[in-house]
Ligand binder design. Sequence first.
Ligand SMILES: Nc1ncnc2c1ncn2[C@@H]1O[C@H](COP(=O)(O)OP(=O)(O)OP(=O)(O)O)[C@@H](O)[C@H]1O
Ligand SMILES: [Mg+2]
Length: 256
Amino acid sequence: MSGVAASPPAAGSLLSTRGLSLHFGGVVAADAIDFDLMPGERLAVVGQNGAGKTTFINICTGYLRPSAGQVYFDGVNVTGQSPRAITRRGIGRSFQLPQVFTEHSVRQCLLIAASAVHPRLRLWRPLAQSAAAAEVDATLALLQLQPRANDLAGQLPEGQRKLLDVAMALMLRPKLMVMDEPTSGVSSDEKHALMAVLMQALDERQVTCIFVEHDIDIVRRYATRLAAWIAGKVAADGAPEAVLRDPLVRRHIVGE
Ligand SMILES: Nc1ncnc2c1ncn2[C@@H]1O[C@H](COP(=O)(O)OP(=O)(O)OP(=O)(O)O)[C@@H](O)[C@H]1O
Ligand SMILES: [Mg+2]
């Protein structure tokens, strides 16, 4: 411990970290990260493979415990809480590899997602059933998945599997959606269409978002703010065009 008290989260921030650190053996995956995200932001996170982007997300969403530091969500210290507890507080999450129930239909996946976090959702009661069904239909429409409602999740092409992963998270009405590489594994032709659907859905529901992205065109088009990760640190953070002009970012990330 340094003995110096960490500063509190910025006033009105949705997500904040203070001194967030995690080492894996000799690898510093998160290096004393101080970070504030304000409601309404669309933050893109860029960085080379192994820079610590997923580690940061995993700590903020409870999948990893930091060795030091704090995570605040909506003004509450949530450091070390379980992924489920953090989900209930209002952070939705999608994954580098979509976590869908491949043996279930798209519609069933959404129902399972809702009931997994709200165990007292009494889905056998007719009223609860119709409310849940209405929410499923609204979410399917929001992500343009209605034509696939009865298909097995495991049979979806990658782009729609990504949409389903986000749809499952949106069933829980999060305030913040954290998406780890929402366009990875999708052809470059399809990436823009996929992001357009995702961003419109988040706009409609007024959900703030963080997304990890390697494609700089996508970042330019959809982010209101950009943070560049280098070796477990936020090396540059601000307006996307300004961050993309940063010499460190150009050398290490944009590849110029
Ligand atoms: N569970 C773990 N055990 C050991 N080392 C890990 C673990 N998770 C991540 N690391 C290491 O921590 C560093 C950061 O990894 P992380 O997955 O956060 O990177 P990333 O920026 O998401 O990379 P990518 O673009 O490849 O997804 C890497 O060196 C990685 O090998
Ligand atoms: Mg990653």
